[in-house]
Design a protein around this ligand. Structure first.
Ligand code: SF4
Length: 240
């Protein structure tokens, strides 16, 4: 599209806002994240947090297997909280990093019980995004991506978590610099997203990253947003 030719040579804030709007719209046409988001069933917030901690450095299948095994062995969160650590590690082993994930899960549950008297995250509903993210990320094993996912999908907040797929795509397209960390990308991206589209953008980018803009050998020739992409134009050696 002509209006984005060589946009990265002059990445004014308003140009980046227009680019993200275009990217969001084009990906939604291809992946339907907004429709999926409208129909999704909102998860329990503590379930969502525990599942997201388990998801770190593994795939969705192993995350879900670990979660299901843990809940089969320890049906209540209070059971997980007081479980023998070795048994908990064994239950979640399939998700990897069980030596750190098990103590992190238990430490958070103990903190929640101590601070709130109840194993329930409903109190986050009354907090601003910034306060809720700060509170959650004080805990080991909970980074900004995990906090954003829980707030977006369990509390319907308008937030786009930057996971490994989203980070890779943002850098390839040129929305953030190649050296921008995943953590910093959250704050750079947030003000660029059209209101109400952050969750669907996240859903669409993750699906796009799994199927088209993959880590190795991205399918640039079949890409619905190649016209917007810095990597594409540079790798093609095209005049932009
Ligand atoms: S053109 Fe290639 S690198 Fe750029 S967004 Fe599309 S698949 Fe990814």
């Amino acid at each position: 599209m002509c209006s984005f030719k060589g946009w990265w040579d002059n990445p004014l804030p308003q140009t980046r806002v227009a680019l993200i709007a275009e990217l969001s719209s084009a990906l939604d046409d291809s992946f339907g994240g907004a429709a999926w988001d409208r129909k999704r069933v909102r998860p329990d917030s503590l379930d969502a947090l525990m599942r997201t901690i388990l998801s770190q450095n593994t795939n969705d299948e192993n995350r879900d297997r670990a979660f299901d095994r843990m809940r089969a062995r320890f049906p209540e969160w209070s059971d997980v909280m007081v479980a023998d650590e070795a048994q908990l590690k064994d239950a979640i082993r399939v998700a990897g990093l069980s030596n750190t994930k098990a103590p992190n899960l238990q430490a958070f549950l103990r903190w929640l019980k101590r601070e709130r008297g109840d194993l329930n995250l409903d109190f986050l509903r009354d907090l601003s995004n910034q306060t809720a993210v700060s509170l959650l990320t004080e805990h080991r094993g909970i980074g900004i991506k995990t906090a954003y996912i829980v707030l977006a999908f369990a509390f319907d907040r308008d937030l786009c978590a930057v996971d490994t797929h989203v980070h890779r795509i943002l850098r390839r397209v040129g929305v953030v610099s190649a050296r921008c960390s995943r953590e910093k990308a959250h704050t750079e991206l947030a003000p660029l997203i059209p209101e109400g589209q952050a969750r669907s953008l996240h859903i669409n980018l993750v699906e796009f990253g799994k199927t088209v803009c993959t880590a190795r050998n991205p399918s640039c020739d079949a890409c619905p947003v190649s016209r917007l992409c810095r990597y594409y134009h540079e790798s093609q050696g095209k005049e932009v």
